[in-house]
Design a protein around this ligand. Structure first.
Ligand code: PLP
Length: 375
């Protein structure tokens, strides 16, 4: 068994695994399940500081992104796709699939979206139904100020779809301090439930836009509107994955019980970045580091595969490589949710150090000791 220190999925606490083994009822027929589901969704709204309704959909994080685009996009709608990372750019595909006309706004991949630059772009072009933006773009680990960006978009009446799958629960996010219309999250990142569920938080304005469409939503499974009145009607559009939801609820309880959660992420992430750079390795980003993942350039003379294989074979620790334009260029340590504990990150840095040394890379200082000293 590997210890997974990947940028998602993350480790799953025992009480979450046990919650998933509880006896199942029929989630379509048992009214108590509607209450349980609603209570869980209300807690999700509370966790993100909003009265916007939350919904849990049966499908991985990607489903939430697709459902947001499916539900809002009508043919030929102009959609602003804010791109400073791989997931950011990826929204182009979802917009296109549903007939929209994506306009790509690309910024430097090595830092957070520059708000002043975005503002001047919007002065010249702001005829968009909605915009998409990623909170933490996990392949580079860049964090964007989605609260501020959504407010700027709102000045032009542009709705915001935000992918915070790898941000929320590890980075603070307050929907009521924003103009976010559809916020997308997932079970398997900082919430540390197993993969399989996506959560969406939907504003009244977004529901209104769905209801006022002139064309039908071109999907059933990715249609958010069909969830709107599930509780009043006691009807789910498809059978809810009840065991997954029991697990998610326990993971959410764990999050809500943890008063130190954001400070812990911050402490761990900051010490991890400092240890890595002091030891002579290089971070991918120039600024805008998310506290959920650290992304390190692959040192000269070795490959990502050699590092990942070495860590797995010799130390049974799994970290992530990358894909798309960052394939082969970086390795990633996911320190979010259950992974964001000092002993786990210390052990990972020790294994990384030994693996690099076994491969002939000179690491100037002891990363584990540095990390512990910076905590
Ligand atoms: C993990 C992740 C997703 C969801 O991807 P899945 O493959 O469905 O888990 C979406 N956006 C970001 C930024 C992510 O990190």
């Amino acid at each position: 068994m590997y210890k997974i220190m990947t940028a998602g999925p993350t480790q799953v606490r025992e009480n979450v695994r046990l919650a998933r083994s509880l006896e199942c009822t029929n989630p379509d027929l048992d009214l108590a399940f509607y209450d349980f589901y609603k209570e869980t969704c209300d807690l999700l709204s509370k966790a993100l500081h909003t009265k916007n309704k939350a919904f849990i959909l049966g499908g991985e994080g990607i489903l939430g992104l697709e459902a947001a685009c499916a539900s809002l996009t009508e043919p030929n709608d102009r959609v602003l796709v804010i791109d400073n990372g791989i997931f950011g750019k990826g929204f182009v595909d979802f917009v296109k699939i549903y007939g929209g006309n994506p306009v790509l706004y690309t910024d430097d991949y090595h830092k957070s979206v520059n708000i002043e630059k975005l503002k001047s772009f919007l002065k010249t072009d702001h005829d968009f139904k909605y915009a998409t933006i990623v909170h933490c773009d996990t392949p580079s680990g860049v964090l964007n100020d989605v609260e501020s960006i959504s407010k700027i978009l709102d000045e032009y009446g542009i709705m915001s779809v935000v992918d915070s799958v790898a941000g929320m629960f590890g980075e603070p996010l307050n929907i009521s301090n924003s103009k976010i219309d559809i916020l997308c999250g997932g079970s398997q990142k900082a919430l540390s439930a197993p993969p399989g569920l996506t959560m969406v938080w939907v504003s009244d304005r977004a529901f209104k836009a769905m209801e006022e469409r002139t064309t039908p939503i071109a999907s059933f499974y990715a249609n958010i509107l069909v969830f709107k009145n599930y509780y009043e009607e006691k009807w789910f559009p498809y059978t809810m994955p009840i065991s997954d939801i029991y697990g998610l609820r326990k993971a959410l309880d764990n999050f809500l019980d943890d008063q130190d959660v954001f400070k812990r992420h911050e402490r761990i992430a900051s010490a991890c970045r400092k240890a890595i750079t002091k030891a002579g390795l290089q971070l991918y980003l120039e600024d805008g580091w998310s506290n959920t993942v650290t992304v390190i350039k692959v040192p000269n003379g070795v490959t990502d595969t050699q590092i990942l294989n070495g860590m797995q074979q010799d130390y049974q620790i799994m970290i992530s490589g990358c894909f798309d334009v960052l394939a082969g260029k970086v390795i990633r340590i996911g320190h979010m949710g259950e992974n964001a504990y000092a002993n786990k990150v210390a052990e990972t840095l020790e294994a990384l150090q030994k693996t690099l040394e076994n491969l002939g890379v000179l690491v100037e200082r002891n990363m584990k000791e540095l990390f512990l000293s910076y905590l």
